[in-house]
Design a protein around this ligand. Sequence first.
Ligand SMILES: Cc1cc2nc3c(=O)[nH]c(=O)nc-3n(C[C@H](O)[C@H](O)[C@H](O)COP(=O)(O)OP(=O)(O)OC[C@H]3O[C@@H](n4cnc5c(N)ncnc54)[C@H](O)[C@@H]3O)c2cc1C
Length: 413
Amino acid sequence: MSTSENFVIVGASLAGAKTAEALRDQGFSGRITLIGAEQHLPYERPPLSKGYLAGSAEREKAFVHPESWYAEHDVELRLNSTASRLDRDARVVELSDGDQVGYDMLLLATGASPRTLSVPGADAEGVHLLRTLDDSDRLRALLPTISRLVVIGAGWIGLEVAAAARQAGVEVTVVESAELPLLRVLGPEVARVFADLHLQRGVDFRFNASITEICTSAGRASGVTLGDGTVIEADAVLVAVGVTPNSQLAEAAGLSVDDGIVLDSSLCSSDWRIFAAGDVANSMNALYNKHIRVEHWANALNQPKTAAASMLGQRAHYDQLPYFFTDQYDLGMEYVGYVDPGGYDRVVFRGDVPGREFIAFWLKDNRVLAGMNVNVWDVTDDIKALIRSQAGIDADRLADTGTPLSELTPAAD
Ligand SMILES: Cc1cc2nc3c(=O)[nH]c(=O)nc-3n(C[C@H](O)[C@H](O)[C@H](O)COP(=O)(O)OP(=O)(O)OC[C@H]3O[C@@H](n4cnc5c(N)ncnc54)[C@H](O)[C@@H]3O)c2cc1C
């Protein structure tokens, strides 16, 4: 690889910063420019709705690398800089300040943005989103000053903020269009665990509910009106209704885009000089033999190694199992695997479900598709082995805490 080559990365968050790191680790000695719209050093987002929001985790811990790392690794970091256009013929990234950055290879790590609501009052003061460090700073300053919060959306971020708010003594109402939290991702069996967790901590859920209006008083959010006319008063409202991939640049440049940037398993787009990683990447997963877009930390952490190798002309394929985690109150959990909504026929529990110390397995045709360990640790490798083996499973043994998980994979028989 020539040292005069220019590699450009658009999006300076976890996937972008980790790609710069992987390129250097894999011996690339050419120029790396990392372009990011935000003013902050690349940072990780999980603490923003957990320890950092609650005031227990330090800000510095969120940064992917200390500031000195970028100069030490000869990575040109251009913060506060938005890429506004790609010219694929000229191989140039245009920035919104008019600057142009030429590339030989380009990685798009533009991530995702929170969805907003299109109801009256949605842009009033006191209506919050949570994606950035600045969003988290605003919420962190807000929580000690309010007594009632409405959270719209019972997904991961909505529930994590609900937990942080309850722990700060705030009354929380969570409004959700489905009949349980996290229903699409987890199915009813495990979604109930999360409903119970929050109910026991005093969260007021409104399920099967829609929002028709965010009520305002003197221009500030003062509550929400539900589809049935109920008004819930609040001092602030958090909208946490999912994200959409930031694929506008790619789409305008004529790359293949379909719920994110469409990539092959080497993380290459429909242009062989352009790659993508992280939340914006809808990549062919060699293990599942289908395109999957994963909106989780581990994906943004791990895809860069594959993307960097591919950018350097090596044969690399991304086939990691999706993995994510959450912390809510005293519940910590990890989830590994992949299940289409409703794509399982049975959930097997192993351990103490009411005591919230268990593993749940999602099965189809007696094969494990995914597993979630709740307040049980150091089992991820065993769960991954079960999923990868695709072995027919004896559900009774799987449920029996006396049978080591490592004994259930065929290699162990
Ligand atoms: C509050 C919160 C909590 C989370 N908690 C968890 C968790 O507990 N577990 C878990 O697995 N996952 C969690 N996630 C998800 C995880 O953080 C994401 O999967 C991860 O941030 C994706 O990283 P990324 O680098 O692909 O994209 P992003 O983090 O979205 O970063 C993309 C960056 O690109 C920049 N950008 C976009 N367009 C341009 C442009 N045109 N020019 C320049 N820059 C641009 C953006 O400003 C942004 O800084 C959480 C997310 C949030 C928001």
